[in-house]
Write a protein that binds this ligand. Structure first.
Ligand code: ACO
Ligand code: ZN
Length: 281
């Protein structure tokens, strides 16, 4: 019921200002009532506090001393950094992030208990600070082996490969945990496109190397991608045959190359040697 109510609510905030961008919003987000009469909200790009008037933000920026997200920097490569924020330790930040994210996420209820989640914030850094580009959230403990709850690339940064970077990063964390993972469902259209692209590229590159002589279980062990997602991806590419009660991968190298070309650019790579992280306990 709650989901349906949100789904049918009209969009309240039409625009936000964040760092050097003014961004048109996509969906309703349940900001506290006193913000709902404003068409535009002004966010501090570092602590994510939001205000109704530009002058309030200007006053805030003079005293806000954050220049990057709170939490630990767990990855840095060139100008890209990732910060891990514990929703319990940085509750206000996490709630602000959820309000912001909901403006671009449709059928997701992501603002209940931020305590139970970790947030991975991707930033582009320069001499003015670390500017959020996107993020994903992850349950501290997932019964369903979810390794990602919500993913967002802020609209001005979309279609530049950051989404693929975030997805790849979520699987690198799963590899370090020694677990397989899968994104929480439902996926949005853009989410599904991005995941399909990621799964296709990762799996086909391995199949090419191993000349298809590999099982789904082995693929899953190597990539931390859940076996179901592997099977679905390969089935949709028509690379699976069912023989003697078993799924068998059948792929002609030419067919693999054709699919790989269609899967598009690889995007920004995660350099695992730059990831300094231990699993949450
Ligand atoms: N039109 C067509 N294809 C697209 C589009 C688009 N507008 N956006 C992404 N894609 C596809 C493309 O295949 C693209 O690869 P390509 O550029 O090589 O062709 C691929 O997705 C990924 O592109 P990236 O640039 O790596 O991804 P981006 O940084 O744009 O982020 C994301 C993708 C996170 C899904 C973004 O679109 C977004 O934030 N959307 C709004 C929120 C959302 O829907 N999140 C997912 C919800 S599901 C969940 O959270 C579990
Ligand atoms: Zn601030």
């Amino acid at each position: 019921l709650r989901e349906h109510e949100e789904f049918t609510k009209v969009k309240n905030i039409a625009k936000i200002e964040l760092g050097r961008y003014e961004i048109d919003t996509w969906y309703f987000s349940p900001f506290p009532a006193e913000y709902n009469d404003s068409l535009k909200l002004f966010f501090c790009e570092f602590c994510l506090n939001f205000m109704k008037r530009k002058e309030q933000l200007q006053r805030h920026m003079r005293k806000c001393d954050l220049k990057h997200p709170p939490g630990d920097e767990i990855y840095r490569s060139g100008t890209l950094s990732m910060f891990e924020v514990d929703g319990k330790k940085n509750k206000v930040y996490a709630q602000n992030l959820c309000y912001l994210a909901k403006l671009f996420l449709d059928h997701k209820t992501l603002y209940y208990d931020v305590d139970l989640f970790l947030f991975y914030i991707l930033c582009e850094c320069d001499d003015r600070g670390c500017h959020m580009v996107g993020y994903f959230s992850k349950e501290k403990h997932s019964e369903e082996s979810y390794n990602l709850a919500c993913i967002l690339t802020l609209p001005p940064y979309q279609r530049k490969g950051y989404g693929k970077f975030l997805i790849a990063f979520s699987y690198e964390l799963s590899k370090k945990e020694g677990k397989v993972g899968t994104p929480e469902r439902p996926l949005s259209d853009l989410g599904l496109l991005s995941y399909r692209g990621y799964w296709t590229r990762v799996l086909l590159e391995i199949l090419k190397k191993h000349k298809s002589n590999i099982s789904i279980k082995e693929l899953s062990d190597m990539t931390a991608i859940k076996a179901d997602d592997i099977l679905n991806t390969l089935q949709s590419l028509e690379l699976i045959q069912y023989r003697k009660g078993q799924h068998v991968i059948c792929a002609d190298p030419k067919v693999l190359d054709r699919h790989l070309k269609a899967a598009g650019r690889g995007g920004l790579e995660v350099d695992v040697s730059k990831l300094i992280w231990t699993p949450y306990k």
